[in-house]
Design a protein around this ligand. Sequence first.
Ligand code: BGC
Length: 300
Amino acid sequence: MAEGARLLAIGVDVGGTGIKAALVDVKTGELVGERIRVLTPIPSKPGPVVASAGRVVGRLIRAANAAAAAAGQPAPRIQGIGVGFPAPVINGVTTTAANVDPEWVGFEAQAAFTKAFRRRAWLVNDADAAGVAEMRFGAGYGKRGVVIVLTLGTGVGSGIFVDGRLVPNTELGHMEVNGKDAERRSSANARVRRGLSWKAWAEDLNDHLKAIDVLFSPNLIILGGGVSKKADRFLPFLRVAGPIVAAQLRNEAGIVGAAMVGLERETEMVREERAVAEHAAAEPEPEPGPPQAETAEAGG
Ligand code: BGC
């Protein structure tokens, strides 16, 4: 397909363990060119993480330009950049830091990524981003009612959708289940950290899912994150009333969803800026008023 016909955006997925990014064709949900993954710096303080994401985005843009040049095509037009981050994001500020350095609490993260990328970045919770992609291109496609997407990774993230619309920044990973922060037992990391069999871990996950089921009676639960590609090892052990399925976009959902959010918000912003500029241009010059009397203070 000619580059001109594509809607391209960059999706960055910042995790407690790795930072992943790719150029995404937002119309199809497909990654274009290489996917880059680097380890999240330790400690995961804002400065080094943002700088690392900045280098990754720089590499992606250079690679995309080089590929286009090699094919004799113009450089691709990248129409947005979205960043998924493992914390709630309110007005561009990250408000908690369960699996990253505590310095992220109350940090102006969106502004910091924007500075590092040297172009406007849009920040979104990582599970919300993954959910957006799963609803558009994966297991949630066309699903109405209440759909809950859970990402099982370093922590547990949640995206809740009502008739396809996202309710942002829900944190179902931090419900209290059996007296503990739920993700301490039901994340993919918890299984590895505690050396559990898939079946034993599925018991803990089941308790978490049952608690969610009681509170929300969802029409569908979608389980995502890296472990979703091994869903056959644990799905058979889950005994929750409603339907549960594995995510289809697997580990790419976070990147694809971040790109989708980046493109959508950038488009809205550009439209708004254009409307403001047109309004200002259409405004008649103000009539010159009577000469203003000089005030005593003005002279000092
Ligand atoms: C964070 C969430 C995040 C999830 C998955 C949780 O610990 O609180 O915001 O979505 O991990 O990364």
